[in-house]
Design a protein around this ligand. Structure first.
Ligand code: AP5
Ligand code: MG
Length: 196
């Protein structure tokens, strides 16, 4: 299965992907973790990405698309992957569509974790990653609103979008995710229910 997780910073994408990767046995590809690793290793991509990440801006598409395109060619992605934080704009979404079409493995679902800004701020305040300072969180939220959230409509029109209430405990959110995926499986691809 190929599943995209969307949602604002602090929505719980990483938290929920960690759970789902264990139950579906497909890898969890976190674009943010891949970039942070590249920064630590000071690769070309990492050096390029670092100032954008420090400001809370999206890193240039060509950097991100290349990292993901290479990653999905690895053997562990033979039966799919969970995308956490990718794609984040229309150009990235189209690049992913093309890469998956070339493999003959289309997307199965796009899950948006819906969490209000106030809860997101509180969650990130308790974590303490280097980009979790209030002014950088504000910029990450703004990037999400302006560049990423419009993608929801792109996926809704194709019947792929499921909006998941991301509030409550991680267990509760995970139950909702499993229920949404089970409902899609029962409905079958292309059915009216699957289109939500
Ligand atoms: P990225 O690492 O993707 O950060 P993000 O989208 O801002 O999201 P977070 O990782 O902060 O939140 P999350 O939704 O994973 O929540 P989590 O589970 O950790 O991106 C970082 C940067 O990289 C970007 O700003 C950009 O510069 C760059 N980048 C990444 N992808 C890119 C792309 N495609 N294109 C261009 N640039 C890109 O949870 C957050 C906290 O809340 C944790 O402490 C967790 O324990 C807690 N928590 C989770 N769920 C719950 C719950 N239900 N109840 C209470 N607490 C909870
Ligand atoms: Mg994350």
């Amino acid at each position: 299965m190929w599943i995209i997780f969307m949602g604002p910073p602090g929505a719980g994408k990483g938290t929920q992907c960690e759970r789902l990767t264990r139950s579906l046995h497909i890898p969890h590809l976190s674009s943010g973790d891949m970039l942070r690793q590249a920064v630590v290793e000071q690769t070309g991509a990492g050096r390029l990405a670092e100032p954008y990440m420090a400001r809370g801006d999206l890193v240039p598409d060509q950097v991100m698309v290349k990292l993901i395109a290479e990653r999905i060619e690895r053997r562990d992605c033979a039966s799919g992957a969970l995308f956490d934080g990718f794609p984040r704009n229309r150009h990235q979404a189209e690049a992913l569509d093309q890469a998956l079409a070339a493999r003959g493995t289309p997307l199965d679902a796009v899950l948006e974790l819906d969490v209000p800004d106030g809860i997101v701020m509180a969650r990130l305040a308790g974590r303490g990653r280097s980009d979790d300072r209030p002014e950088i969180i504000a910029q990450r939220l703004e990037s999400y609103r302006r560049q990423t959230r419009p993608l929801l409509e792109y996926y809704r029109q194709r019947g792929l979008l499921e909006i998941i209430d991301g509030t409550g405990t991680p267990d509760k959110v995970f139950e909702r995710i499993l229920a949404a995926l089970a409902a899609r499986r029962r409905a079958g691809p292309g059915s009216e229910i699957a289109r939500g």
